[in-house]
Write a protein that binds this ligand. Sequence first.
Ligand code: COA
Length: 432
Amino acid sequence: MNLKKLYNEKLTTAEKAVGHIKSGDRVVIGLGVGEAFALTDAMAKNSAAYKNVEVVQMLPLGNSEYVLPEMEPHFSYNTLFVSGKAREAVSSGRSDFTPCYLSRVPTLWSSDLPPDVALVQVSSPDEHGYCSLGVGVDYSKHAAEAAKLVIAQVNAQMPRTLGDSFIHISQMDYIVEQDQALIEIPKPSISEVEKAIGEHCASLVKDGDCLQLGIGAIPEAVLLFLKERKDLGIHTEMFSDGVMELVNAGVINNTKKNYNPGKIIAAFLMGSRALYDFVDNNPMVAMHPTTYTNDPYLAGQNDNLVSINSCVQVDLLGQVSSETVGMTQISGVGGQVDFVRAAAVSKGGRSIIAMPSTAKGGQISKIVPLLDEGAVVTTNRYDVQYVVTEYGIANLRNRTNRERARMLIEIAHPKFRDELKEVFKSRFNADM
Ligand code: COA
């Protein structure tokens, strides 16, 4: 196969490439930093040519013009995680949300949501004609394999990550070369409350553990308190700069991992340019689709797996609501339940739900007698294990209803404890 010839035959411009999208098509576009922005911007610009193109995505970070009100006759937006511009679109009724575990999202493309078109962003090809999906393997690899039409933005700034991260130029229908700086996510500032939460979570992490952490202030705060640990490993859906810093400090070396020893396993990345350079051609980092990273039984093969995630509310029985504020969908399940279950399967595993004890500037307690009307349970009370606030740690697993409620009240904010104790007495006909 003459790779150079094949590549050149597929080369086109973004404008011409998106001209192959047809009205009524379902278009799957990349997640977060992995979105092919040159293509999605060109698609939005070409909106007049389309009617009812269904765009399916998670975590839009760019211009995301396809979700704007004026685009309604041209695009409908089906989101698998409600964040950024998707929040307003879903709450106003223009867009809809499909609940799906992140471990299962790639399977949608071969079952209920087969894509007509996949828009992917990839690295430059290697000498064998393979391009890496770089920072966004997640559901994009399966989308490219399932779609009738694959349009790839080849971006020389996309790192060549290793693992199950490659697609071959023969799998692409059109190639658009466009260099573009990858979106960088600034490090969050960490408050005193988050530091206290981080310290409690870190006290549950032992030398040699394997970690799953998300993005944001709480995971970064946990990492701050792990500088003295030894031989930590990572098996996660995503990671950011804090993990790279602990690799550089010699704390994370993956040597004690019994599953994929020596490797960090992840599905997507969000952070600084330094992070993207760190993962470039780095054999320590293996990127995989979320069917691999998030499958509870595969991730649970890691002994001593510790998962750390956050939530909106916890009720006194330990039911965890992580994706709605009352009736309003504000995010999604992501990988939370996948990893809570993976940690339960893991020999020596532990799952942690960590959150500040209050929301809305301290006005309301996140530990509540009943979840808000309309709130959904994300992690159920059979799966939940540790709940952590700045006031301490509650291990709910295998505890009775009353024991759970007592432990949760002890880690609630002091100003809400009396009120919660009154509810306890009437609900359980018992003293605290
Ligand atoms: N009552 C009312 N509003 C609440 C609330 C509560 N108990 N708890 C949070 N909120 C509001 C906040 O005020 C904020 O509103 P705003 O966006 O209008 O400011 C919003 O909900 C988000 O809360 P915040 O504390 O800023 O969120 P976060 O960035 O720390 O994320 C989750 C918290 C729960 C939304 C997030 O962890 C999540 O989506 N989890 C589910 C998915 C998951 O765990 N994935 C795992 C791997 S990445």
